[in-house]
Design a protein around this ligand. Structure first.
Ligand code: ATP
Length: 354
């Protein structure tokens, strides 16, 4: 049974539709992430789930109870949701243990002490109980904010860009750490981010929003390997679209050869389609006779990302180990390692140019 279920959710800001026809669900103990560009409706959706924003249409259930519908709006404090925001929002005049214990109204003193000690242990800061927020680093403050939100054991934790105030290296490692903490607590959580690495480090399911619509709600693996929309193919990871021609329902002709695929419904033999090629589909191999010209290259430390030109002029990207330092204009050997091609109709591609 899902802990959180959204059915055809629509939310407005005055006349503006910020969230439209969103369906998603989270099972108990699962972590979900909402990804998308600025202004796509992530925060509005999270605030609607928290009961901080009215719902215009549809229904939201938490723990199988309807908490929001066009007719019903359960107040935030009765939804048993925990919230963690970007600015930590710790109480500056309370020390760490007082901050964590803040929401534990109905607990005895002994219960409070036990829960605070358990959470400090869980977030890896048992020695920080007496410190005040200004005596903690940003990452430590965010861990305490998480401990405070988890303390009353909410039904679900909602997090809005919780790591955005932190530096890049810390963000991803903290995201992984937070996932471990949530799993240890068996907590269902939904996090908003525009950072793909964070979403992938955290989530069991990731949703990509565009202009208020949820285009896909899926595992990180499927979002990368089976994007349902060209926008997602572009937004998640890198890639290029090359032209193909439908051979039959399981294969498409391209300049890279005949590729196995599952074609979109309704495509006809001979029809022109777009085929997604990821940099990891094309491997550099000095021994290969199949050579393409390097038209651009980016050094990424552990690897080079080469942009290569196909005979038609279309371009693909290729990843290679960083000691293969080939200049622009040279030709390098490649081999294809594509298990399954992702194909979009030309119509879908035109509505979202990569
Ligand atoms: P970001 O990543 O920049 O935080 P977001 O995906 O969280 O963006 P929202 O803040 O949910 O996006 O905004 C969704 C849409 O609603 C945007 O077009 C935004 O301009 C609009 N919007 C947000 N808040 C208001 C408001 N208070 N009044 C009017 N329009 C708003």
């Amino acid at each position: 049974m899902p802990e959180l279920r959204l059915h055809q959710v629509k939310a407005m800001h005055q006349e503006h539709i910020a969230v439209n026809q969103v369906n998603l669900w989270l099972k108990a103990g699962e972590v979900g992430c909402l990804l998308g560009p600025s202004g796509c409706g992530k925060t509005t959706l999270l605030r609607t789930i928290a009961g901080l924003h009215a719902l215009a249409e549809g229904e939201i259930q938490i723990d199988q109870q309807v908490v929001s519908s066009a007719k019903k709006m359960v107040p935030t404090e009765q939804r048993e949701v925990g919230m963690v925001f970007q600015d930590y929002a710790l109480y500056p005049h309370l020390n760490v243990e007082q901050n964590i214990a803040f929401g534990l109204h109905r607990h005895s003193r002994a219960q409070k002490e036990a829960r605070v000690a358990q959470l400090l242990e869980l977030v890896g800061l048992p020695a920080m109980a007496k410190r005040f927020p200004h005596q903690l680093s940003g990452g430590q403050q965010q861990r305490i904010a998480l401990a405070r939100a988890l303390a009353p054991k909410p039904k679900i934790l909602l997090m809005d860009e919780p790591f955005s105030g932190l530096d890049v290296e810390l963000r991803e490692s903290l995201a992984r750490e937070v996932r471990g903490i949530l799993k240890a607590e068996g907590m269902s959580a939904l996090m908003v981010t525009h950072n793909q690495n964070e979403a992938f480090a955290m989530a069991d399911s990731v949703g990509v929003l565009k202009e208020g619509r949820l285009l896909q709600w899926d595992t990180p693996y499927n979002l990368y390997h089976q994007p349902a929309h060209p926008f997602i193919a572009d937004f998640i990871g890198q890639g290029s679209l090359i032209t193909g021609s439908v051979c039959d329902c399981r294969a498409v002709h391209t300049e890279l050869g005949l590729l196995k695929t599952q074609l979109p419904l309704g495509t006809q033999a001979g029809e022109a389609v777009s085929v997604l090629v990821r940099p990891d589909d094309i491997l550099h191999d000095d021994r290969s006779d199949w050579k393409l010209e390097v038209v651009n290259r980016a050094f990424r430390g552990s690897h080079f990302l080469f942009t290569l030109k196909l005979p038609s002029g279309e371009k693909v990207m290729c990843m290679s180990q960083s000691h293969h330092d080939h200049p622009v204009g040279s030709k390098i050997g490649i081999k294809l390692e594509m298990d399954h091609a992702v194909v979009f109709t030309k119509e879908a591609t035109l509505s979202q140019t990569l």
